[in-house]
Design a protein around this ligand. Sequence first.
Ligand SMILES: *[C@@H]1O[C@H](CO)[C@@H](O)[C@H](O)[C@H]1NC(C)=O
Ligand SMILES: *[C@@H]1O[C@H](CO)[C@@H](O)[C@H](O)[C@H]1NC(C)=O
Ligand SMILES: *[C@@H]1O[C@H](CO)[C@@H](O)[C@H](O)[C@H]1NC(C)=O
Ligand SMILES: *[C@@H]1O[C@H](CO)[C@@H](O)[C@H](O)[C@H]1NC(C)=O
Ligand SMILES: *[C@@H]1O[C@H](CO)[C@@H](O)[C@H](O)[C@H]1NC(C)=O
Ligand SMILES: *[C@@H]1O[C@H](CO)[C@@H](O)[C@H](O)[C@H]1NC(C)=O
Length: 933
Amino acid sequence: MMKLITCFLAATVLLIVLQNHLVASLSRNLQKIALFQFKQSLTISAPTYCSYYSYLDSINVYSIPSHPRTMNWNMSSDYCTWEGVSCEHATGDVVGLDLSCSQLVGAILPNNTLFQLSHLRFLNLSWNDFSLSNQFPQEFGFFAKGLSHLNLSNTQFSGTVPSDISHLYKLVSLDLSELRVKLEYQVFRLLLQNLTQLSVLKLRSVDISSVLPMNLFANLRVLDLGGTGLYGALPEEVFHLPNLEVLDINNGNINLNVILPKVKWGCSGSLQHLIFVGINLSRGMPDSIALLESLATLVLCNCNMSGSIPKSIGNLRRLTKLDLSLNHLNSQIPNGLAYTNLRVLDLSYNNLSGLLPTSLFELTSLKTLEISCNGLKGQLHEFDSSKSQLEHFSCKNNLLYGQIPQLFSGLVNLSKLDLSSNNFSGILDIEMFSPLKYLSTLSLSYNNISLRSTGMATLPPKLKYLYLSSCNMKDFSRVSKDAENIKYVDLSYNQIDGVIPHWIGLVGRDSLSYLNLSHNSIQGGLEGLPWNVLNILDLRSNLLNGSLPSLICNTSSLEILILSYNNLSGVLPICSTDVSRLIVFDVRMNNIQGSLPSNLTNFRYLNSIHLHGNKLEGRIPSSFAKFVFLEVFDLGSNQITDTFPQCLEALPNLQVLVLKSNKFYGLINKSSSSDHPFPSLRIIDLSNNEFSGSLPAMYFKNFNAMMDGEPYKIRPSYMGDDYYSESISLVIKGVEIEFLRIINVLTTIDFSNNNFEGKIVDYIGNLVSLRFLNISHNYLTGHIPSSIGKLSMLESLDLSSNQLDGDIPQQLTSLYSCAFLNLSCNLLRGRIPKGAQLDTFENSSYAGNSELCGHPLSRKCDNYDGTHEEKDEDDDYFLTGFTWEAVVIGYGCGVVPAFIIGYLMLLAGKPKFAGIIAKELGLKIKRLDIRMR
Ligand SMILES: *[C@@H]1O[C@H](CO)[C@@H](O)[C@H](O)[C@H]1NC(C)=O
Ligand SMILES: *[C@@H]1O[C@H](CO)[C@@H](O)[C@H](O)[C@H]1NC(C)=O
Ligand SMILES: *[C@@H]1O[C@H](CO)[C@@H](O)[C@H](O)[C@H]1NC(C)=O
Ligand SMILES: *[C@@H]1O[C@H](CO)[C@@H](O)[C@H](O)[C@H]1NC(C)=O
Ligand SMILES: *[C@@H]1O[C@H](CO)[C@@H](O)[C@H](O)[C@H]1NC(C)=O
Ligand SMILES: *[C@@H]1O[C@H](CO)[C@@H](O)[C@H](O)[C@H]1NC(C)=O
């Protein structure tokens, strides 16, 4: 029995030995096959670029072209010679595989032969596309126990980081940057506890969303946790890691609170790059920062820091990049910065004050100097152009003054110069910048300088962005044709006269995408512009007097066209093609004639049509129902003779409809073709037309955008975008107001000065987010519906000059937001209700109702049958408090036939623009309303 067992054991041992031997001898061949099958499991994509992030020489991102390393792998050659493969010399085992940026595309599934390469110590698959894998294969956590470097950054794996990764206890570096994967807190904690060798940990963009565990290993050299959603307090021990060189939390999270050590930093000898962006450093920067003697990069950007920049920062002699932008720092700029070796200094978007230190101009190592958007005073000094390496200088939006130094023209490396929005003065020749052969951005806008161009201006050859708004320029007509890549030109708010400068069409014929010549005195037509490349054209407020060129029809690049406030004549373009991508078409306040062409709908992407203040006639074509993207349609102050354009009812996005001051007529109250007419409408102005019949009940029932109730919940936003903000003029509280931008909670109905008759429908009480309601100067009869009391947002209510009778409903006392009320010139009777809001109005709100009594009218309710004498008192009141310029002779409402002052004008003397709208908008009162009838 014993023998048998021994024999069996021996056999087993022999078998095992044999097997091991076999495995060892087969292993080389198996590894080759495994590698080759791995190659074949993936395809090779077209060449691309991969970008890297380097901490050297301040932070740089650079890209290199991809290279398909597996392309030439073939079974007839030794796999140890294959590109990207490293073998152990003695055994021939594959120990390293570096296939980063090799254009590999496909899935790495659990049965992939990659996972047979169990001897791997280095594995780099970064910058390939394995998004087809569905999940992050667990096998990475255990297939090669000896793995010391694992780099899967930018490989598009998704899912969850396998927990087994915390068993790879030999890992020295782990790079999972830019993987949109989840790393569970438990795994993260084990990983930091168990991987005692770990020195480089990069998890940028990995979703961790937890606190940072304590007990980090002393070996950590590089820690990159940007965009991981860490929150809570960052443990101070991080700053005491004795070998830490890089701590990078870029694109952090305002819920991550960091307090920098006040006295001692354990990493003071080693830390080279400290980068925090978008976290909460509300305790600011301590003096102890100066202890970091090796620090080369200090970026504390958008970190909610207030307080001062410590003077001690000048002791950081190795510092090459300092970025403290987007905080609330409010000290001066410390002089000591001059002792550093800064290449990049960015202090923009703070509250820095005091004089600009002259020492900044002596920092000859500087390449980027960004101090824009602060409250800095003082003058610019000359940079030493023989030594300076300056490439980028921006001081826009400060309080700097004095002359612009001539020596800028000697800074040969300059590529961006932005001096806009300061108080610089003096006369400057544009030629001064001609020698700057790398200059791509030049901005001098909004100063007090007078810019001249003597003779033929030579623009710097690489110039792309030219901003010379408000530079007192008179002439800019002759420019040499060097700057052939010019992209943005802003010459607005100057005194340029004559025709559109010829050079613009020549220099920018292949590149010009933004041209702003608004607010000049330019005459003539629109010829010679590079229509085929322009994206945004703003020529508003000039003296242009040509007609609209038919080229507008054929441009597929133009998106925003603003020609308002000119003398343009002719007709609207009749386009037979629909290549246009036009979004904004603004020709308000011109002399455009003729009718609205039905082919205008070939501009099918239009969001915004402004035709206000022209001489357009005829009707609104029914084809306008095709403008599915239309949000704003302003046809006010033309000569359109038509019935109400029912074709617009179904437009899903229409928010603003202005038809005022035309010759519209007829009933609106016909049956509607749409179940939900005007679903997005929130501003409708039909005033000063000849509409008749009853108020359109069907619409009042369906104005959903005026019923959403809780407008305070949404964040205020404005219509339009960075380049074009929607503007419109409305009569609000009796005064014509130009809304320079339209906030999304502005809601108004103006049906005044028409021939509407019948009752005010009860439904009006459903429009609970309505802010302005004007149905004055009509022939409305019946009572004021008590449902109006439900309009709790209402800021202005004008029902004046109708034939409303009965009592003023008590419910009106609950219009708590209402700052303007006009019920005058009706047939209202009885006592004016007392209480809350109604007590704040003066007698002008009620005058001209012969049977109304009580405060604030002087007519007492007990001698109810009082005669007309007291009325004169009320009318006298109208004449107080405003000047004749403000007085407008309107029309009588029967009681005082001679003239009644525009009651509303009273308000102009003491405007009450108290509501949210007024606050939000910074209203501009353009002119007083002139009402005639
Ligand atoms: C295999 O690769 C080697 C070197 O990588 C090359 O010299 C040889 O031509 C290749 N053979 C084939 C059949 O592609
Ligand atoms: C790997 O598994 C997938 C399914 O999970 C299968 O379709 C494929 O054929 C397998 N590949 C190999 C080489 O076994
Ligand atoms: C990972 O590989 C990329 C190259 O694709 C490299 O830039 C990066 O530094 C590597 N990560 C580590 C931790 O070495
Ligand atoms: C691949 O990653 C390793 C470390 O993970 C790194 O040392 C190597 O430089 C990277 N390869 C390339 C080409 O960047
Ligand atoms: C930690 O590493 C050891 C090897 O050093 C391993 O045996 C253990 O399973 C690991 N623990 C965890 C929780 O991953
Ligand atoms: C209007 O546009 C259509 C194409 O959308 C075209 O066929 C027609 O000729 C155009 N009409 C005029 C008058 O140009």
